[in-house]
Design a binder for this molecule. Sequence first.
Ligand code: FES
Ligand code: FES
Length: 166
Amino acid sequence: MSGASQRVPLDLHVNGEAHTFQVRMHDSLLDVLRREGYTGAKRVCETADCGACSVLVDGRLIDACSTLALQVHASRVETIEGLAGAMLHPLQETFLRHAAAQCGYCTPGMILSMKALLERKPDASEAEIREVMTLCRCTGYVKPVAATLEYRDARGQKRPERERRE
Ligand code: FES
Ligand code: FES
């Protein structure tokens, strides 16, 4: 077996489930996730420019296309498939309500990038939201930004109530 095709084990927690995948040394995290059925992470530019392949690794937003799978050995990975439980995540609901997707190809990356931004910076400005947002070829940014702002504001209103109870 040649070195390029040799497979080695990669331990990953994906959406809360432990896995050991057999991967090639040069596989990107995107290669592995898509091969294993997590196709919500999309392959577009493969140059870390568009954000369509965004996933969270140990809570941090990364471009899976430009991350070697073995670099994230033993990490926690969250993909769009893990976001909804019995109900859609509230950010998915606002995207739906605002009709913020057209073909939907960029939407998983958009939602994960907005979630990561607002967890890190709950009062992110519209300019900051636009800066982090995944590139979109069809629907543009008006509706995704409006959906994200609505989610940001709803989270902001809930926080004082939660703080009062604690
Ligand atoms: S496909 Fe990874 S950033 Fe575009
Ligand atoms: S909705 Fe089609 S690329 Fe964004």
